[in-house]
Write a protein of this length. Structure first.
Length: 119
């Protein structure tokens, strides 16, 4: 079934959930982290959804795949920031579990999409 808008894509919907999860998780970070961990993880989360949307809007398969790869990379970036936040004591394992699992699910779905585009 073809999608007529990126917002119909389950992978984008899950990426959008990650944005909400990350913003909630980072609300309590110290002010000194505004331009460090907080800004980095929020930007990476936003990039997941944004790159899926941009890839959807591209006409050429190679362009689509590149943006889906960028989105996939941003998932790994979010995961890394979650682990680093845990390392420095800002996030507990329990707090990071849901966004981490959602990132893994988005990575898996993007892998399927990319494989399908490769033919």
């Amino acid at each position: 079934m073809p999608f007529y808008d990126f917002t119909e894509m389950p992978v984008w919907q899950k990426a959008n959930e990650i944005v909400g999860d990350i913003y909630k998780l980072t609300e309590g970070l110290p002010k000194k982290e505004d331009y460090a961990l907080c800004g980095q993880i929020r930007d990476a989360a936003l990039s997941i959804a944004a790159n899926i949307a941009e890839g959807f809007g591209r006409n050429h398969t190679k362009d689509k795949m590149n943006f889906y790869y960028y989105s996939r990379g941003s998932c790994f970036e979010v995961r890394s920031h979650l682990y680093c936040g845990r390392t420095v004591g800002y996030f507990s394992t329990e707090q990071m579990e849901i966004p981490n699992q959602k990132c893994l699910a988005v990575i898996e779905e993007l892998n399927k999409i990319i494989k399908g585009l490769k033919g």
